[in-house]
Write a protein that binds this ligand. Sequence first.
Ligand code: ACO
Length: 332
Amino acid sequence: RVTPLMFEYNLVEMAQKQRQHIVLPEGAEERILRASEMLTRRGVAQITLLGDPAEIRSTASNLGLSLSGIEIIDPLTSALRTDFAQTYFALRQHKGITEKTAFDTVGDVNYFGTMMIHKGLADGMVSGAVHTTGDTIRPALQIIRTQPDVSLVSSVFLMCLADRVLVYGDCAVNPEPNAQQLAEIAISSAQTAKLYGIDPLVAMCSYATGASGKGADVDKVREATRIAKELRPELKIEGPIQYDAAVDAGVAKTKLPESQVAGKATVFIFPDLNTGNNLYKAVQRSANAVAIGPVLQGLNKPVNDLSRGCTVPDIVNTVAITAIQAQAARTS
Ligand code: ACO
């Protein structure tokens, strides 16, 4: 089993193998600057910072940080802004956007960074140290859109526990997924697990296990499991299943002795955002787990959201995660 430290080390090593270009829109933020210096020094990614160059340079200098090898772009004065505005206008005209609003919109750092990815000028974006989840990912939902076989952007956390790494989804994006959407979240989460070297054994979590439980919420999970199996017959998936039966071999033996997943699940899919968000935070805070994420999945090119309480190591991990997704996006 992979320990969390090994896992974090492996992420950085994977990212270093084929260096990707990651844009960080919150260029003047202290934690972003510290992480950028570290990422550049260790060759984890090529970094572009967005913001006012004078402010970024003076903040870095006050902190004693080097900006060597890091590009800085000011979206408000960049020569790219006019072209980005035209593209955004063409994409969003049907939503009532005017040329003037398009020009204003792409002056926003998150829209500008997302447009850089859309135009192939960067491979991925990490933001959210200052901005909300919505402000960080809305430009990607509008501009980058979902992969051809995916209708829903969702997310997972890579939960680094004392002795293993588990994948929890969706704990950050979709408030009330229906059965079809829940099935899609399970399939995307299994793919994300694989990308980071985790063999996906998927538990569709509920408050009932197997055929025993009744209720609309249990039925939704049962239907989602059926749909996911139909769409991906090769996927090892079990549901509905309670968390203890999914994770504990003893409980699994009593409740679902024939299951390929019970007792050894690695990917846990929660029925709604209320359950998922509270559960990941409970495990993070009460079991002292490092929660890497949310890792967004289903987008054509990677954009990831930081928590506003993020630390410098969180940013380094998230950039590495994003770079690995960008490597995969290049080959798909
Ligand atoms: N997948 C794909 N596309 C989507 C998705 C999705 N999950 N959600 C929205 N979209 C699309 C819409 O279809 C729409 O496209 P269009 O403009 O081309 O028609 C566009 O994105 C904007 O949609 P809105 O409904 O206006 O979405 P909004 O921007 O209001 O919200 C958001 C999207 C921010 C992700 C919303 O679902 C949300 O707030 N989710 C909860 C976030 C949250 O609070 N998480 C918990 C905290 S995070 C944490 O604890 C780490």
